[in-house]
Design a protein around this ligand. Structure first.
Ligand SMILES: [Fe+2]
Length: 375
C-alpha cells in the first residue's frame, strides 16, 4: 500500500508489512458492509482475440525501469490486441532509451497507441541524458513517438474521439485542510520531481505557471479537438495527473498527507467540462494515472478511471489487486461501449458509500501509527 505515498515521493517509509496489512484489513472490514458491490474485473488473459469492432484499453504508470514491469510488458500478447487501441497515461520510464523501447513493444502489440507524459518521463537526473531541461526531454519524447507512430494529439479511431491532455500539477490544486501535529517532510524532501526535473526559471508548480504551460499545449489543438468532439459520440480523454481532488483519498488516509499538493491540475477539469459538457454525458470518460490507486467512478456525468501497473512492491502487497486485470478495457464497440458497471476499486468503492470529510484531520489508524513510530 505504498501508493498511499506516491510515485514521486522519496520519503523512506515502509508501512510495516503485516502490521500495516492488518490495520488495512481491519479498515476494509469496517467499510465492507456499506461499500457498493461491483463486478470483478475480467482478467486480461481471458479476453479473446476478435476480428471485429474496436476496443480501447488503458494503462498508466508502467515504470519499466523496474525489470518486473518490463517483463510484464513483454508478456502482453502479440496477437490479442492487434485491432485495439491502448491509451498510455504517463510514467512509462525514467530514461529516454527505456521509454523508446517500451513504446516500441506496445506499438508492436496494439493497432494504435496514444501517450501523454508523466513526471517520471521528464526526469533528467541520469548520467548520459544531457537534456537542457525537462522541456527539452519532452520534445525528444514527442519526436520519438512521432517516429514510432505513437499518437500524442487528438484523433478519431473508428468513430471514437481520443483526446490526450497534457498536464502538470500545481500546489493550489489542494484545497483541503492540512494535517498538523505530526512531522510531515516538506514537498522538496519527499518528492523526487523537485530534484529530477529541470524547468526554466519562469515555470514552477508552486504557482500556476507550470500547469498553465502544459495546458497551453492542449490549447494548440483546440480546433482539431472541437472537430473531433462534434463528430464523435464517444469521447475518451486521458491525462497523467488528476483533474479533481476527489480522485485521491483524503489526506488523513495517506502516509504522506501532503500528496494532494503534487498530483493534479484544475486546468484539466476545466478542459474536461469543455469537452464532455458541463454535466458530462453517458459517453463521457476520462482516464488518469500518477497516484497508483485504481479508480472507477462517475462524478458529475464523467466516468473517471485509473488503471496503474504501479511498482512491483505495490503489486506484491496486493495493491490494486495485482496486474491480471491490466490493461483495462474501457471501451468495447461490440459490447455497448463503456463497461455498463463500475469495476471493483478499493478507494472509489469507499467514496461511493462514504462522504468525503475534507475538514477531518484525524489520522487513519495506520497513518497515526506510522507517524508515532517516526517520533
Ligand atoms: Fe506520476
Amino acid at each position: 500500500m505504498e501508493g498511499l505515498l506516491k510515485p514521486c515521493i522519496n520519503l523512506q517509509q515502509k508501512p510495516g508489512g503485516s502490521h500495516f496489512v492488518h490495520n488495512h484489513v481491519k479498515f476494509r472490514e469496517v467499510i465492507k458492509g456499506s461499500s457498493v458491490r461491483r463486478l470483478p474485473i475480467l482478467p486480461a488473459k481471458k479476453r479473446m482475440l476478435r476480428t471485429n469492432g474496436l476496443r480501447v484499453f488503458v494503462l498508466s504508470d508502467l515504470h519499466t525501469d523496474y525489470s518486473e514491469n518490463m517483463v510484464w510488458i513483454k508478456g502482453l500478447s502479440v496477437m490479442n490486441y492487434k485491432n485495439d487501441v491502448l491509451l498510455v497515461a504517463g510514467d512509462v520510464a525514467e530514461t529516454y532509451e527505456m521509454f523508446v523501447y517500451t513504446m516500441s513493444l506496445l506499438k508492436d502489440r496494439f493497432h494504435g497507441v496514444f501517450f501523454v507524459p508523466g513526471n517520471h518521463d521528464l526526469w533528467c537526473r541520469r548520467k548520459g541524458e544531457k537534456y537542457h531541461d525537462s522541456l527539452a526531454k519532452l520534445s525528444a519524447l514527442l519526436d520519438a513517438c512521432r517516429e514510432l507512430g505513437v499518437e500524442t494529439s487528438p484523433n478519431i479511431v473508428d468513430g471514437v474521439g481520443i483526446i490526450p491532455l497534457f498536464s502538470w500539477y500545481h500546489e493550489s490544486f489542494d484545497r483541503e485542510k492540512d494535517i498538523t501535529g505530526v512531522a510531515i517532510p516538506s514537498l522538496k524532501m519527499a518528492c523526487k520531481d523537485f530534484h529530477a526535473c529541470k524547468w526554466p526559471k519562469n515555470l514552477s508548480s508552486k504557482d500556476l505557471s507550470l500547469a498553465k504551460h502544459f495546458d497551453d499545449i492542449n490549447a494548440k489543438h483546440t480546433d482539431a479537438t472541437n472537430g473531433i468532439v462534434s463528430r464523435s459520440k464517444q469521447i475518451i480523454t486521458f491525462s497523467h495527473f488528476l483533474p479533481r481532488p476527489e480522485l485521491c483519498p483524503e489526506k488523513r488516509m495517506l502516509f504522506y498527507p501532503n500528496l494532494p499538493k503534487v498530483i493534479g491540475s484544475d486546468y484539466l477539469e476545466a478542459r474536461l467540462r469543455t469537452l464532455h459538457g458541463i454535466h458530462g454525458s453517458p459517453h463521457a470518460c476520462h482516464m488518469f494515472g500518477h497516484t497508483h490507486f485504481c479508480w472507477d467512478i462517475w462524478l458529475q456525468g464523467i466516468r473517471y478511471v485509473q488503471a496503474p501497473l504501479a511498482y512491483p512492491r505495490e503489486r506484491k502487497r496486493g495493491m490494486n489487486g495485482g496486474a491480471e486485470w491490466l490493461p483495462f478495457c474501457i471501451f468495447d464497440s461490440e459490447n455497448g461501449g463503456l463497461p455498463p458497471k463500475l469495476s471493483e476499486c478499493y478507494w472509489s468503492d469507499y467514496y461511493t458509500s462514504h462522504k468525503r470529510e475534507p475538514d477531518n484531520t484525524q489520522l487513519a489508524p495506520w497513518v497515526a501509527k506510522y507517524y508515532s513510530r517516526r517520533k
